[in-house]
Design a protein around this ligand. Structure first.
Ligand code: PMT
Length: 410
């Protein structure tokens, strides 16, 4: 786990919306991920979720409206103590009423007092009936919250508890978690930058059911995309067929073949500041795809005729402007350094990330961990190892602290 993700403290301010019934699941997920929590409920919220359930799951008491301005805690005034404690405050769900009150800085409730007193980042998760959400008054209040520096996480669209379909659903727990990580991430050095990442394998069909591919799971590319998003980049992820993951906040472009990936990458190269090629792109495809499933026959030999796919990184390298950064990955098993350096030069890359795919467990394809060497255009090298999330984050550290290309990130 990234160092800055450890031992973090969150205050959950739960207000009176029907989706408050989902907060016990959120509390379980957050405590499982190592967060220490304080939980505050509005009076209305107590009608939607049991304080007893929440305190059992959080492993500590929850705070209620009755505790506001209470003299039961001596000099430790709850709304001040609770305001200064957390790394971040989540108003979740944020009812229309709580949005309205906070937009005017009202302090008549414990949560209102905390919001005025805290200097920690505050995330609002508005969730309500679609008509209430889209009412001009609510939208004006949300705009006012943004102008006060609060971070608003838009609700999802879909089936609502009140029987309507529309925008107003509390986001899924994974999405909430990603928003929390992005808020508390200490680095914002990709803010305003557009990042394009490729990940996963490609499938090159031989007939309707068989294809050539490789063991790429997409984990490394996904972590390059996710950690760039933590660092406030706008991220687009072009990925081959991989398992479903939470891609909240990231624009995803699913593709199947190398040709499709080529077109989706080339058409986006111009508009992006950094391009990271972590995908294991199939180098060959069948010269023709059989219209029907190829049948076994008496011969034991089946000859395939393959043609080369375009080298996407090579084409991107040709298009690359001086103010863009191209990062490739090299999956090598022999003459690692020599092969990686050749690719870096031939494809006009600024960095190539060498991973030894023959190194077994803990490196390369499929694994949750990786061991890489970051090689820059001028030949500087740095070895990194750890989870693919840690490796990805450190790769960004290297690229963004690089003195070799001054001015790109000023
Ligand atoms: O997905 P995981 O299971 O997490 O595994 C991660 C990984 C091992 C796939 C990843 O770390 C990695 O090494 N990705 C690059 C794999 C690869 O295709 O390496 P290569 O040496 O064949 O290609 C070199 C570079 O050219 C890569 O940036 C690749 O994306 C790019 N390339 C290659 C062929 C091609 N036709 N077009 C390309 O753009």
């Amino acid at each position: 786990m990234l160092q800055w993700k450890k031992n973090r403290k969150l205050l959950l301010a739960i207000t009176g919306g029907i989706s408050a019934y989902k907060t016990p699941e959120l509390v379980r997920a957050l405590t499982r991920d190592g967060f220490e929590l304080e939980i505050v409920l509005t009076e209305e919220a107590e009608s939607f979720v049991s304080p007893m359930v929440l305190s059992t799951l959080a492993g500590k008491r929850v705070w209620k409206q009755a505790d506001y301005l209470s003299d039961g805690y001596g000099w430790r005034i709850p709304h001040i103590a609770l305001a200064e404690w957390p790394d971040a405050v989540l108003v979740i769900p944020a009812s229309a009423e709580s949005v309205s009150r906070a937009s005017r800085g009202e302090a008549g409730t414990l949560i209102g007092g905390i919001l005025l007193a805290t200097r920690s980042p505050v995330l609002f998760f508005p969730a309500m009936n679609v008509n209430m959400y889209e009412h001009p008054a609510t939208l004006d209040n949300i705009k006012a919250l943004r102008s006060l520096g609060y971070h608003i996480v838009e609700p999802d669209t879909g089936y609502l508890a009140c029987g309507y379909e529309g925008k107003g659903r509390l986001p899924e727990t994974d999405a909430i978690l990603q928003e929390v990580w992005r808020t508390i991430c200490p680095d914002r050095d990709l803010e305003g930058k557009r990042v394009l990442v490729t990940a996963g394998p490609t499938w090159e069909f031989l007939d309707p059911v068989r294809f050539l591919s490789n063991p790429s799971s997409g984990k490394m590319g996904y972590q390059m995309a996710r950690t760039a998003w933590y660092r406030k980049a706008s991220v687009t992820l072009v990925h081959g067929p991989v398992e479903k993951r939470c891609t909240h906040g990231i624009v995803t472009v699913p593709v199947v073949s190398a040709i499709e990936m080529y077109h989706e990458v080339i058409r986006r190269t111009e508009e992006n500041d950094l391009i990271v090629k972590a995908a294991a792109v199939g180098d060959f495809r069948s010269s023709e795809v059989a219209p029907q499933k190829i049948k076994r026959n008496e011969d034991s030999l089946l000859t395939l005729s393959l043609v080369q796919n375009p080298d996407i990184a090579l084409e991107v390298g040709k298009m690359k402007r001086e103010d863009q950064v191209l990062v490739g990955f090299a999956a090598e098993s022999t003459d690692l350094m020599e092969n990686a350096m050749k690719k870096l030069a031939r494809k006009n890359m600024d960095y190539i990330i060498l991973n030894d795919i023959a190194a077994g467990e803990g490196s390369g394809f499929q694994s949750d961990d990786n061991r890489v060497t970051v090689i820059s255009r001028s030949g500087h090298m740095l070895s990194l190892s750890g989870t693919k999330e840690e490796v990805a984050y450190r790769i960004w550290d290297v690229i963004l602290s690089s003195k070799e290309r001054p001015g790109i990130f000023e």
